[in-house]
Each structure stands twice: as structure tokens, then as C-alpha cells.
Ligand binder design. Structure first.
Ligand SMILES: [Zn+2]
Length: 290
């Protein structure tokens, strides 16, 4: 499943390649994604230019020149592939082998000027494509309850303290996974952030000290920044439109490392795996404290 860094990398690739282009047509092969695509409504994008391409949480947003925006969510297996005017396949993300086109799962094809095509492919069809008025995005279902982005100034110690009072009895891991608290963190990065912050994932929010909160904010940013730089976490023969591979996985400290020695210098413990809220949780019992 793509997490924030993968989506950010996709966004960057798209912005580099298709920002400012115009939609000349759209072909819906299968309208049944997570939400059914309104075929008539989506035709409104024809003739419109892309003014900007942004990301909010795991959504990619194309702002069009008519005050509407296209929202893409990649769900579990969604991918966006660009075919340029010379029919060259351009990868936009890192978690699939996109050398071979998998036309069977192509659901929507956007035709653009300069002979460019943008293909939405999704094996499991948990992703979605929606058109929303740009001014209404923040109030829409998918956005209104999202917490601050990890890199936003509004994610700060005062905000954390306020939430701590309200959510005292849950585990810190569950809080970090909650998109209403921070938008965009997923299981991989939450495991890594807690390891770097030396906090046991089962620690109750009420027991967090100021230092813990400072560390969580700090390491959320550093870990995501590093992952974006390396092109995302979920490598599988993956390279971006810049040809860089997603090598971040090689830098994981705890995720998927159960049974291995703890990577912290001087620690002799073994990384453990437990389930918290049904998600695999990896941690070092010695380094990560309650
Ligand atoms: Zn350790």
C-alpha cells in the first residue's frame, strides 16, 4: 500500500511531467472503483488545463483552470502511469514494476495535449477518482477530518498537548495511525518513528512526556523526508520518472525486522512483533520504553 512518501513521489513525478497540460479526452473503461465514477461529470475536465498538482495526505489533487479539481486516491494498488508523446512509458511511483503495462487493470485513460496519456490502473480497485470544486475540497468528506500534515507548522507541541488531553487512554501507536491526529502516517513509518523516539508502541498517550512528543514530531519529519528522498518505502523493482529506485526499505530499523538484532548500537535485544489494532507492530523491548 502506498504511504505518504510514495504518494509524494508520484505527485512530484506528475508535476514535473504533466502540470499545465490540457485534457483532450477521457476514457472510462471501468467506472467501478471504490466510488463509482460519474461518466458524464468527469467529461467536464475535457478542454481544461491543469493549473497545479498537489498532495494532501495520500490524495493527489489536480487543480484545473475551471475551479474544479480531480482527486486521486491510490487505495491499495492504484498506480498512475504516463505515456509521453513518443509512446514512452514513464513511471510515477515506486511500488510496482511498471515496465510492463498491465492493461487488464487499466480503468481510466486521460488523454492530454502533446499526445500524452495518463493511465489509472488499479488491481484491487480500492482507489478512487473524484471531481470536487477546488473551493470545497477542505470541507469534503475525505479532507474535513484530516489532521495536520507531518511537515505543517500546525503540527507542534501545543497541538500535541491538546490532543494528549483528549485521547489519554489510547496507545501511542494507535494515535499516530489516526489520520485525524496526523494525516498521512501509515504502519511502516509509525513503527520506525516510535523506534527512533525510543517509545514503546503500547505506551498510553497520557504517559507521554514532553520529550516524547518533541521526538515524535522530529522523527516523523526526518523519517518521511528521508523516505521521499529515496523514493518511498515499498520497493519492488521500482524506479521513479527520474530513474531513482525506491531504496528506503533498506534503511528500516524495525519494520519487518522481527527476530533480527536491534540496530541500536550497544543493544543486544531482538526485535519483536506483536499486533496492535490488528496491525503488525515491530519494536525493541529494551530501547523502547513505557
Ligand atoms: Zn534495542
Amino acid at each position: 500500500m502506498p504511504e505518504l512518501p510514495e504518494v509524494e513521489v508520484v505527485k512530484k513525478s506528475l508535476k514535473k511531467r504533466i502540470n499545465k497540460l490540457k485534457f483532450t479526452n477521457v476514457s472510462i473503461i471501468n467506472k467501478k472503483l471504490r466510488y463509482e465514477i460519474d461518466k458524464r461529470y468527469i467529461k467536464k475536465i475535457i478542454g481544461r488545463n491543469i493549473n497545479n498538482i498537489k498532495r494532501r495526505s495520500k490524495n493527489i489533487i489536480f487543480n484545473l483552470d475551471n475551479g474544479e479539481s480531480i482527486i486521486f486516491h491510490l487505495g491499495m494498488t492504484g498506480k498512475l502511469t504516463i505515456i509521453d508523446g513518443k509512446k514512452k512509458i514513464i513511471k510515477t511511483s515506486f511500488y510496482y514494476d511498471q515496465d510492463k503495462l498491465d492493461e487488464k487493470h487499466d480503468h481510466v485513460i486521460f488523454f492530454m495535449n502533446r499526445g500524452v496519456k495518463l493511465i489509472y490502473n488499479d488491481v484491487r480497485k480500492f482507489g478512487y477518482i473524484k471531481i470536487i470544486k477546488t473551493n470545497n475540497i477542505n470541507q469534503s468528506n475525505h479532507f474535513s477530518k484530516l489532521g495536520p500534515e507531518p511537515f505543517a507548522n500546525s503540527l507542534n507541541i501545543e497541538y500535541f498537548k491538546k490532543i494528549k488531553k483528549k485521547r489519554q487512554n489510547i496507545k501511542i501507536k494507535d494515535l499516530l495511525m489516526d489520520q485525524k491526529f496526523i494525516a498521512g502516517l501509515g504502519n511502516i513509518y509509525v513503527n520506525e518513528i516510535l523506534f527512533l523516539s525510543k517509545i514503546n508502541p503500547k505506551k498510553k498517550v497520557r504517559n507521554l512526556r514532553k520529550k516524547d512528543m518533541v521526538n515524535i514530531i522530529k522523527f516523523s519529519r526526518s523519517v518521511l523526508k528521508k523516505a521521499i528522498k529515496f523514493g518511498g518505502s515499498s520497493i519492488k523493482d521500482f524506479s521513479s520518472s527520474d530513474g531513482k529506485s525506491g531504496k528506503f526499505q533498506l534503511f528500516f530499523n524495525v519494520y519487518g525486522k522481527h527476530g533480527k538484532n536491534c540496530s541500536r548500537r550497544g543493544c543486544r535485544a531482538t526485535i519483536q512483533r506483536v499486533k496492535i489494532s490488528n496491525r503488525s507492530t515491530f519494536f525493541c523491548n529494551l530501547c523502547q520504553k513505557y
